[in-house]
Design a binder for this molecule. Structure first.
Ligand SMILES: [Mn+2]
Length: 318
């Protein structure tokens, strides 16, 4: 596929768009961008956007205010898009609408994506789904609001152009978007750098708790539900912990485990150079990218950490 317009031939009256569960900046950025783009350039088509609530800073993006958090199951869409969704079971609230749609389209950048839609446009080399979408949109049809959403997606998944998924092409896309004139400095601070006081406190606590394994090649920390309660934070306040762990001198892999429900854990993995964390995550039914992946685990935090560390140990170079 070269352009979104290719999919809009024929009688398209209703389009649905969905992101993934527990939406991040790329998910909200790419879905709102597609929503705004279709509505601006194809005003006759009725477009609905289905999203779970993201962290506060992402709710200010234009288009988010019109998103739906529940699905009306009677709706049959002519076309249904997923953006940044790596597998069918991650669609969330709009899953039934996806199944019922006449034609489905998956736009993504996860290397683990099996291609679960009728049309699959997956670019594993891209920094973000927003970068993939930028390439599928006509530049002259992108306005300031659409550009702001796309740029948000790119900066979130590339860590403001720091991660190894940032390519010269990522920068060219970002430059084209920047020319649309939104306040990119403020955007980066508001939606990426700024932390609430509580987020800073839990980050400090998680770093204090961190331990090294395998001669410092791996750094691990965890947060329990009880600790989250004590610090008055939710799981969305924890997303900076693993990136900070990754920056430890000598560390190849960072592991951060937090409790979602009693005895149910989410494992976030990051690596710095050779280590493919998506392989280790896949052992536990998870997935992701070479340098950023995740999976789930059950039991106690120590049991979950022990299991993931033994998989990591097999893959460390020494
Ligand atoms: Mn993404």
């Amino acid at each position: 596929m070269e352009n979104i317009e290719e999919l809009l031939q024929g009688k398209i009256r209703r389009i649905g768009i969905a992101g993934h569960v527990n939406p991040d900046g790329d998910c909200i950025g790419s879905t709102t961008a597609l929503f705004l783009y279709l509505r601006k350039n194809h005003p006759k088509i009725k477009v609905d956007l289905y999203l779970e609530l993201p962290k506060q800073a992402l709710r200010t993006l234009k288009g988010f205010g019109e998103s739906r958090q529940t699905a009306n199951e009677d709706h049959i869409y002519d076309l249904f898009f997923t953006c940044d969704v790596s597998s069918r079971d991650r669609i969330g609230v709009a899953g039934d609408l996806f199944e019922q749609a006449n034609r489905t389209v998956c736009i993504d950048h996860h290397v683990s994506n099996p291609g679960f839609a009728d049309v699959n446009h997956i670019v594993p080399d891209a920094s973000s789904c927003a970068e993939v979408l930028t390439d599928l949109m006509a530049l002259d049809k992108i306005d300031q609001d659409i550009a702001e959403s796309l740029y948000t997606g790119i900066i979130h998944d590339s860590g403001v152009f720091q991660y190894s998924n940032t390519s010269p092409h990522t920068m060219r896309c970002a430059a084209n978007l920047m020319e649309k004139g939104f306040d990119h400095n403020k955007l980066i601070d508001d939606s990426f750098n700024k932390r609430t006081f509580r987020q800073n406190r839990i980050l400090g606590y998680a770093l204090e708790k961190a331990e090294q394994a395998f001669d410092g090649q791996v750094v691990v920390s965890s947060i329990s539900l009880e600790e989250m309660e004590e610090y008055e934070v939710t799981q969305q306040d924890l997303d900076m912990v693993v990136s900070q762990l990754r920056l430890t001198e000598g560390a190849e892999v960072a592991v951060f485990v937090y409790e979602k429900e009693t005895g149910q854990f989410k494992v976030s993995l990051r690596s710095n150079s050779y280590f493919d964390v998506s392989e280790a995550a896949a052992v536990f039914g998870g997935g992701g990218h070479v340098h950023a992946a995740g999976c789930s685990g059950e039991g106690s935090a120590d049991q979950v950490i022990a299991r993931i560390l033994s998989e990591i140990e097999k893959r460390l170079h020494g």
